[in-house]
Design a protein around this ligand. Structure first.
Ligand code: SF4
Ligand code: SF4
Length: 165
């Protein structure tokens, strides 16, 4: 019993100490914590500066995907319908985001930097079908802008749980 009171007081002391500390809770979604520069979020399909799509429908990304969530159906470019800079383009390009594990292998496998993983992490949906991203969705500029942390912090990230007081 004699140990209980000091230990209890010690416990209260720890609690009391926290009361006067600045809270580190961040109010999401009002505040979005910056992601690190190499964060792997929502995919984007890229275009060349002249507007042609970088993707040539080679399916290397689909072959590299361990979750088997990329579907590419290629078609030939023609003089009347040139979509990409190569011989072929992706007539259909889909990613099933509900299966994606954000490993980034698709980005690594692509010889033309056509598919990249961006910063957006707000990709939840109410409907499972909405998680199948079509080519139009992937080619569109992302609406949500997620802040990116200072690159200098990347190699020495400050853990979010660190005591900032
Ligand atoms: S990030 Fe990985 S799992 Fe997701 S589409 Fe690319 S290769 Fe597949
Ligand atoms: S995104 Fe890259 S790897 Fe995938 S089909 Fe297009 S060009 Fe090939």
């Amino acid at each position: 019993m004699s140990f209980v009171v000091p230990n209890t007081l010690k416990g209260f002391g720890v609690t009391l100490k926290q009361v006067f500390k600045k809270p580190i809770t961040q109010q999401y979604p009002e505040y979005k914590r910056p992601v690190y520069p190499r964060y792997r979020g929502r995919h984007q399909l890229k275009r060349h500066e002249n507007g042609l799509e970088k993707c040539v429908g080679c399916s290397l990304c689909a072959a590299a995907c361990p979750a088997d969530c990329i579907r590419v159906v290629p078609a030939e470019n023609t003089a009347d319908n040139r979509v990409s800079a190569g011989e072929r383009y992706a007539r259909i390009y889909e990613i099933n985001m509900s299966r994606c594990i954000f490993c980034g292998y698709c980005e690594l496998a692509c010889p033309f930097d056509a598919i990249v993983l961006g910063n957006d992490f707000e990709i939840s949906e109410y409907n499972r079908d909405d998680l199948i991203y079509t080519k139009d969705i992937l080619l569109a500029e992302p609406i949500k802008k997620v802040p990116v942390a200072d690159r200098d912090l990347y190699d020495t990230p400050i853990p979010y749980y660190k005591d900032h007081s």
